[in-house]
Design a protein around this ligand. Structure first.
Ligand SMILES: [Fe+2]
Length: 272
């Protein structure tokens, strides 16, 4: 029985905001990002039997170093599924593109079963906030238009680094996607969009907006506290997200956090 007959969903894993450094002993607000990343990957290996694909949604490196991207790519290979990455505000696309072993990771449209996954680059070099350049918006629109005329594609998942809707803390206002209205106008116009998936604000969110699911995924390192005015870290542990994408368009998703470890973070910090 093949996948279509069995209605076996696509199993997707999202890994985001790993903030790796050139130096694997370096820390972000006291937390060693390599150790927390390794613990999340151990958890993925323990929990996930058959991953179809991995989405790496930015802030892969804290210092945009080649060494960090190479280590990240090698770790993804251990998971035995293709991975696709997009840059975050801490990344440099030009450096990521030089990681020769992972040229395919920059594919910006992935098709699997009757789903398409559109990968968008919302990063701006030197800025914390995001913006989708005209060619990125055009890419999204043309993928959605093509799906309307393609009987093989019924559902779309859209990925970007920056939050296109506000996060759940006041200090986050201004660091999200600045041309959110342009992006949302396209998403709202096409009926195949089932979910918008992102990272950047290091917290777990899962809600509906105009019939589309919006999911934010915790970082593999530090966590940002929800419902606060000023920057604050949360005590929740590092995590990844899994999705089951079904042929009928339904999505089952959850977050798995590292357990059995207490991570010491700098709660006195006023930013990152
Ligand atoms: Fe981040």
């Amino acid at each position: 029985m093949n996948r279509e007959q069995a209605d076996t969903p696509l199993r997707v894993v999202q890994i985001t905001d790993s903030h790796l450094f050139r130096d694997p002993t370096a820390a972000l607000l006291k937390l060693n990002t390599q150790i927390s990343f390794d613990l999340v990957l151990e958890l993925v290996q323990r929990k996930e039997e058959n991953i179809d694909l991995i989405l790496a949604t930015g802030d892969i490196a804290q210092d945009a170093s080649m060494e960090a991207y190479v280590r990240f790519g090698a770790a993804m290979e251990q998971l035995g599924a293709p991975f696709y990455w997009i840059p975050g505000n801490h990344d440099r696309r030009a450096v990521m593109e030089k990681v020769a072993a992972h040229k395919d990771a920059f594919i910006n449209l992935v098709k699997s079963g009757n789903w398409q996954i559109v990968m968008l680059d919302s990063s701006i070099v030197g800025e914390v906030h995001g913006n989708l350049a005209p060619e990125e918006l055009q890419h999204l629109e043309s993928c959605l238009q093509a799906a309307q005329n393609d009987p093989a594609i019924a559902h779309t998942l859209v990925c970007l680094h920056h939050n296109p809707v506000p996060g759940s803390a006041l200090w986050m206002d201004g660091i999200g996607l600045h041309n959110d209205e342009e992006f949302l106008a396209i998403v709202d116009r096409f009926k195949t969009v089932r979910a918008v998936v992102y990272g950047h604000i290091h917290q777990e969110l899962d809600f509906l907006r105009k019939g589309v699911r919006y999911l934010c995924t915790p970082s593999t390192c530090i966590q940002f506290k929800p419902d606060v005015e000023d920057f604050a870290l949360d005590d929740l542990n590092p995590a990844y997200r899994w999705f089951d994408l079904h042929r009928d368009g339904s999505i089952i998703s959850g977050v798995e956090r590292v357990t059995g470890h207490v991570f010491d973070v700098d709660h006195s910090s006023t930013g990152y």
